[in-house]
Design a protein around this ligand. Sequence first.
Ligand code: CP
Length: 313
Amino acid sequence: MKNYFSIQDIDSLDHWVKEAIELKKDPLANQNLGKNKTLGLLFFNPSLRTRLSTQKAAMNLGMNIIVMNFTGEGWALEYEDGSIMNQGDSEQVKEAAQVVSQYCDVLAIRAFAKLEDKEEDYEEKVLKSFIKYATIPIVNMESATGHPLQALTDAITITEHKNENKPKIVLSWAPHPKALPQAVANSFVEMVQRMDAHFVITHPVGFELASQITKEVPIDYNQENALKDADFVYVKNWSSYHDYGKTSDNPGWKITSEKMSLTNNGKFMHCLPVRRNVVVEDAVLDSENSIVIEQANNRTYAAQLVLKKILED
Ligand code: CP
């Protein structure tokens, strides 16, 4: 595998999930695979889980790791070909990507959507420029439109916890004080479409995700109706795709114990970080049915599987 840019880079989700679950049983089994190899991590945005779990994954494979936070530390990068660089940006991605490729064997990048211009965000300028100019494999640690490491994690977690062959999975929009990208929801939707599941998306009118991503997945604008008999409730805020980057409080969409009681003893999932008592009330997050901490633990094995596949290639 050359790059891990999106869920489409997974050839067989079933096989990948099985392999990740095996790898979790003996995480140090491939400690020589990454010996004398260096993973570079470039962050254009903050992180807790992605940063630490990807480092842990690389360490489990015996890799060396270099981390750089671009915000406040790196040169501001220019992405337009042929631009006259007499404004704020100091370095073209063309040079930056080639230079970093000489220091590393694999490069992982986080670069969120700016939520100002839909076309620009959905072009994936940062990740795609690095893919174009770097001479080493690139891993997406959450880009403008996707978070495929999170989605692979979620597939592993659902597989570990499911009691039904074909569980009911509900992706529910939830309130948030800030406008957030669609990346996590997009990759989750793409991933669940590849699983054997009854899948429903619920959100307020106006918060439809891109139809090229949701395709035929049913949308129920009535959250309580959608939650009925759910085995997994995956909760996430995203800002509007159509009225791009706009958000709304909608406190009535918060996940409560009362709403969870409509489910089939459903598991509560969230990629974290989560705003308590805005997105979800304490009683749900602290309940036995909340699997968010185990979900975050699986970030290591999703990242480790992706790095392992790249190193084996
Ligand atoms: N879920 C997730 O990507 O967490 P971080 O933003 O902390 O990396």
